[in-house]
Design a protein around this ligand. Structure first.
Ligand code: NAD
Length: 266
């Protein structure tokens, strides 16, 4: 079904980690603005195919899928080559895939440190490296890196995550400077709490540890970090991503944009 010309019609957006949570919300918003999608992320193959076909039908766009593992540089590079052949390149890169693990530094397992740095930080570098030449050739591109409130401030127990997200903000600024006159912007979005599987796991662990309900754990999480006692949504973050892709945002670059219920205002 054709939906006519929209703001992002003709653009191709790769959203890493878009089989779930924030990535899926951002993919849906970009699709709503007319962009074709290249989905990525893990999950049940049949469920992913249902998601892919459903988005194509709902929004009248082309939707591809790559199962590339964001912890592997070679798979990220191969995904970009494949996207060039199958979709005509990547115009919008949303580096969103991410994982979490919580433990104090002295107990933090080395393999969890390596995995978080690989997926939450190094994949952002490898993804940008793979798509920047194509964006420069077209003279247009948008890079949106999903950082976190933890890119700006720290919490205990999250050494790898906080280090990776602070790194993402630095990397975003470098890209913004290098691409300033290439028609390509690079910005970061810094969400506070968003109720996704990544956070649900932390809520369940907290509920179990404290002997409280998951609802009570959610209230406690919000109260500890955010003046505003509500979660941000993947849909709202998606609308922010659409704005960053708009012409109005063409001189906005190198910026960490918080949507965090006041978390880092304190
Ligand atoms: P989620 O667990 O719902 O989704 C993560 C996505 O990444 C999934 O699609 C998963 O399949 C994919 N993924 C994980 N490892 C991968 C790998 N090696 N290769 C490819 N894909 C992989 O999590 P979410 O909450 O939607 O998180 C998305 C991003 O938002 C992350 O970067 C996270 O750090 C960030 N973030 C989340 C919150 C929050 O409160 N949920 C807050 C701030 C920032």
């Amino acid at each position: 079904m054709s939906q006519g010309k929209k703001a992002l019609s003709g653009k191709v957006a790769l959203v890493t980690g878009s089989t779930s949570g924030i990535g899926l919300g951002i993919a849906r918003s970009l699709a709503g603005a007319g962009a074709d999608l290249l989905l990525n992320g893990f999950g049940d193959p049949a469920a992913i195919e249902t998601l892919r076909a459903g988005l194509a039908d709902e929004f009248g766009i082309r939707v591809g899928y790559s199962g590339a593992d964001m912890s592997k540089a070679s798979q990220i590079a191969a995904m970009a080559v494949e996207a060039e052949a199958s979709m005509g390149g990547i115009d919008i890169l949303v580096n969103n895939a991410g994982i979490q693990f919580v433990a104090p530094i002295e107990d933090f397992p080395d393999d969890r440190w390596d995995a978080i740095i690989a997926i939450n930080l190094s994949a952002v570098f490898h993804g940008m490296k793979a798509v920047i030449p194509g964006m420069k050739k077209k003279g247009w591109g948008r890079i949106i890196n999903i950082a976190s409130a933890h890119g700006l401030v720290a919490s205990g127990q999250k050494a790898a995550y906080v280090a990776a997200k602070h790194g993402v903000l630095g990397l975003t600024k470098v890209a913004a400077i290098e691409l300033a006159n290439a028609g390509v912007t690079a910005n970061a979005i810094c969400p506070g709490w968003v109720l996704t599987p990544l956070v649900e796991k932390q809520l369940e662990a907290r509920a179990q540890h404290d002997g409280i309900s998951v609802e009570a754990a959610a209230k406690a999480f919000l109260a500890e970090k955010q003046p505003m006692a509500q979660f941000s949504t993947p849909e709202a973050l998606g609308e922010l991503a659409v704005f960053l892709c708009s012409d109005a945002a063409k001189t906005m670059t190198g910026v960490p944009l918080s949507m965090d219920g006041g978390w880092v205002a304190q």
